[in-house]
Design a protein around this ligand. Structure first.
Ligand SMILES: [Fe+2]
Ligand SMILES: [Fe+2]
Length: 274
């Protein structure tokens, strides 16, 4: 079960109260809190009440409650309001695998996506696209399809880059035939009354008639949020596909003068003030 740190602390009476508790009392309180939450979740399931999703206005009202913007990449923000951690430096000539280990980690979501694509017999271009499709979220979140495609474009097949660029758009549009439903997670993070902006609608129109429509569509089909905490995923099963389709520059990512080299350098050193 995921523990909402702030809600937990608030349930005990705030940080000042928590500061006075000894270790054992905190552990006990946490256990109690988790039991309560679990009971709530079970009760909610039994009552058959659908989850109440926020509105766009409610989500907007949260903006000024945070010290960061939701669009900041994860290497720039602490987890759940905590301070950021010191990052391990990258090797001199970093590879894609180094970035997975040191900047995209834990990368569960993309590894799980690619594992699913592999198990269901998708093409190597699609498996690669699934493996990379959300990695750029470490750097920046808005328009992550476009940013992600740009980051990887110099190194991967055109079809994989196309799939990464446009999966973001197709996420908003269900396709029953392909087995893709609008995700509940989008009601949670955008609001249940959200409509995608015009440029996303226009992009969708373009994609519907595109000969490569199925490339990004297959990324969305493998783009699930469910994650089994016991499932062990790693980059190892994808080493061969990376070897065949990812043009690793000999100078290392960030130092090959490609059109996205600066993006890799920013990921490598997000603490640089300029
Ligand atoms: Fe995505
Ligand atoms: Fe995703």
């Amino acid at each position: 079960m995921e523990v909402d740190r702030r809600a937990f602390i608030a349930s005990l009476g705030g940080p000042a109260v928590v500061a006075l508790m000894d270790h054992e009392a905190k552990a006990e309180a946490l256990e109690h809190y988790m039991e309560e939450r679990l009971d709530e979740m079970v009760a909610q399931n039994q009552s058959g009440q659908p989850e109440k999703f926020p509105t766009v206005a409610e989500i907007e009202a949260q903006i000024e409650t945070r010290p960061y913007r939701r669009g900041a990449g994860s290497v720039f923000t602490g987890q759940r309001g905590e301070n950021v951690k010191k990052l391990k430096p990258m090797p001199d000539k970093p590879t894609l695998e180094d970035f997975f280990e040191l900047r995209f980690a834990p990368a569960n979501h993309v590894l799980q996506s690619a594992t699913r694509a592999m198990k269901t017999g998708m093409s190597e271009e699609i498996i690669l696209a699934c493996l990379l499709h959300d990695c750029v979220l470490s750097l920046i979140k808005p328009d992550h399809g476009w940013w992600g495609a740009q980051l990887f474009e110099p190194y991967i097949p055109e079809k994989s880059a196309f799939a990464i660029r446009y999966h973001q758009t197709l996420r908003f549009f269900p396709d029953e035939q392909a087995g893709y439903e609008y995700p509940d997670q989008y009601y949670r993070i955008f609001g249940h009354d959200y409509t995608p902006p015009q440029y996303i609608q226009d992009t969708y129109k373009m994609l519907k008639n595109h000969k490569w429509y199925m490339e990004p569509r297959l990324v969305t089909v493998n783009d699930l949020y469910a994650f089994d905490p016991n499932a062990k995923v790693s980059i190892e099963p994808f080493e061969d596909i990376i070897g065949r389709h990812f043009k690793q520059p000999k100078e290392g990512l960030g130092y090959d003068n490609s059109s996205s080299a600066h993006m890799w350098r920013t990921l490598a050193r997000p603490d640089n003030p300029l």
